[in-house]
Write a protein that binds this ligand. Structure first.
Ligand code: PMP
Length: 287
């Protein structure tokens, strides 16, 4: 069965889904996106993702083409049509099609493109063994809180990580870690508290981060929302990252140095477990 995608109101085979040459997403990167995890055929934290989408669209003045209920129906329909049980749903909204000119077009309609990607999340080997990250300078613009489709800095950062034998890049500004190329960055102190950078224009407000912080509070884990340096990360008891398409993943090496004993730590394992239970949904978690 060919993969089915959604484009501007229609579900169709991916080979038939064509975006016009003059789309402003293609020409300017003029658009925003979302990525939502799927476990047991169920969208994880979808409301919070749709809330962030609304904010991103508002910040760049693109009208939201759908209500939350409509977005949810489209996402669920696409998951169903692709028989996907685990992976993620990606969608993007661009300012639409118009002759190339910087000013907002007056008569363009937003382009909406959505696809699914099947992927193992709950039993991903990386989540068992942990991953390596490298640190790179954060070269991005000043509105990283907007989930823009402009990802050139992240493409370069993650490619550099790959070439160094690592799986993610942690971006660094003024000596402090901002976030991962496509994930939020955390460390655990020797006293067992979690350290994560506070929300600001310097990072994307990660939805997995938000859920995880909520769960940690309920679990009685001490949270420190503050900046942390690369040296502090080298010296941490544990490190991990979060994202909608990976949930919680241990970071066991930073710039080639093992974090503590180079194995996933107990706080990270506990948080991954808590997140998996939430993502699996109430019925399944109770089994
Ligand atoms: N930061 C960046 C730069 C990202 O691209 C992502 C994933 N899209 C995240 C953080 C994690 O956000 P979320 O938990 O919402 O996937």
């Amino acid at each position: 069965m060919s993969r089915i995608v959604f484009l501007n109101g229609s579900f169709l085979p991916i080979d038939e889904a064509k975006v016009p040459f003059m789309d402003r997403g293609f020409m300017f990167g003029d658009g925003v996106y979302e990525g939502i995890g799927v476990l047991n055929g169920r969208l994880v934290d979808n409301e919070a993702h749709l809330e962030r989408l609304e904010r991103s669209l508002k910040e760049i003045q693109i009208p939201n083409p759908y209500s939350r209920a409509e977005w949810t129906r489209l996402e669920e329909e696409l998951v169903r049509r692709n028989n996907m049980t685990e992976g993620f749903v990606y969608f993007q909204v661009t300012r639409g099609v118009a002759e190339r000119d910087f000013f907002f077009p007056t008569d363009a309609r937003p382009t909406v493109a959505m696809f699914t990607q099947a992927k193992s999340i709950a039993n991903a080997p990386a989540a068992e063994a942990g991953i390596s990250v490298i640190t790179v300078p954060d070269m991005r613009w000043e509105r990283r809180d907007i989930k823009s489709i402009n990802l050139l800095a992240q493409v370069l950062a993650k490619q550099a990580a790959k070439e160094a034998g690592a799986q993610e890049a942690w971006m660094v500004q003024d000596g402090y870690v901002t976030e991962g190329g496509s994930s939020s960055a955390f460390i655990v102190t020797k006293a067992g508290s979690i350290v994560v950078r506070p929300l600001s224009n310097a990072i994307l407000p990660g939805i997995t981060r938000k859920s995880l912080l909520q769960m940690s509070r309920e679990d009685g884990i001490v949270l420190e929302e503050r900046l942390f340096t690369v040296n502090e990360a080298y010296d941490a008891a544990e490190a991990f990252l979060t994202s909608a398409s990976n949930f919680v993943v241990p970071v066991v090496r930073i710039d080639g140095r093992p974090v503590a004993d180079g194995k996933p730590g107990p706080v990270t394992k506990r948080l991954r477990q808590l997140y998996l239970q939430m993502a699996a949904g109430p019925a399944l978690a109770a089994e």
